[in-house]
Ligand binder design. Structure first.
Ligand SMILES: [Cu+2]
Length: 194
């Protein structure tokens, strides 16, 4: 009985384990800029890379900016993880549809990463001149903690708030843990005298 249940659980989890989606969170602040500034602006972002659909979803909320937004995009790779500056990897001059001229806003957009227009042309050129080369380089920079989302404003042309992308634990791993805990509970219950 125990084996059958474990087998069933594995089958149920298999499709989740095969979903090639990786999530990253970003906490945006002026203190994280290079150089740091005294902006009252704050924000968060969630970046979802889907390697089956070859898309990147960018979801951002920000408020309290001192200047009006002029551009937003993802930079990388920096020489060292979590610090420094680098050129723009994603589309320039700004993400399609990003709320410009505002001090607060929300944004959600999914980019087709098979299109060269989703990248900075210079970034594609620097990575073999192909979209696949650019995608690999972008993914490597993100994975290595060497990429940051930057929001530029009229008050801070070099960037008012930014944050490095940091990985979110995979849902499948969390579910596996929950399933394992469930099995252990079941086992304990069964071993107890009726
Ligand atoms: Cu920038």
């Amino acid at each position: 009985m125990k084996l059958k249940l474990a087998t069933l659980l594995l089958f149920a989890l298999a499709p989740l384990a095969q979903a090639h989606t990786v999530l990253y969170t970003v906490i945006l602040s002026g203190a994280a800029e290079a150089p740091p500034n005294a902006s009252t602006g704050t924000g968060t972002a969630l970046i979802t890379l889907d390697f089956d659909l070859v898309t990147m979803k960018v979801e951002t909320t920000f408020s309290g900016l001192l200047g009006n937004v002029t551009a937003a995009h993802i930079h990388g790779p920096t020489a060292v993880a979590g610090t420094g500056t680098a050129g723009v990897m994603t589309m320039t001059p700004t993400f399609t549809g990003f709320p410009l001229g505002a001090t607060f806003g929300t944004y959600s957009q999914t980019f087709d990463m098979t299109l060269s227009s989703s990248y900075n042309a210079a970034f594609v050129t620097a990575n073999g001149g192909t979209v696949s080369g650019a995608l690999n380089a972008l993914n490597a920079a993100i994975q290595d903690g060497k990429s940051y989302l930057n929001i530029h404003t009229s008050s801070f042309p070099g960037g008012e708030i930014r944050g490095f992308l940091t990985p979110v634990p995979e849902p499948s791993v969390l579910l596996m843990g929950t399933a394992a805990a469930g099995l252990l509970t079941l086992r304990r219950r069964r071993s107890q005298p009726a």
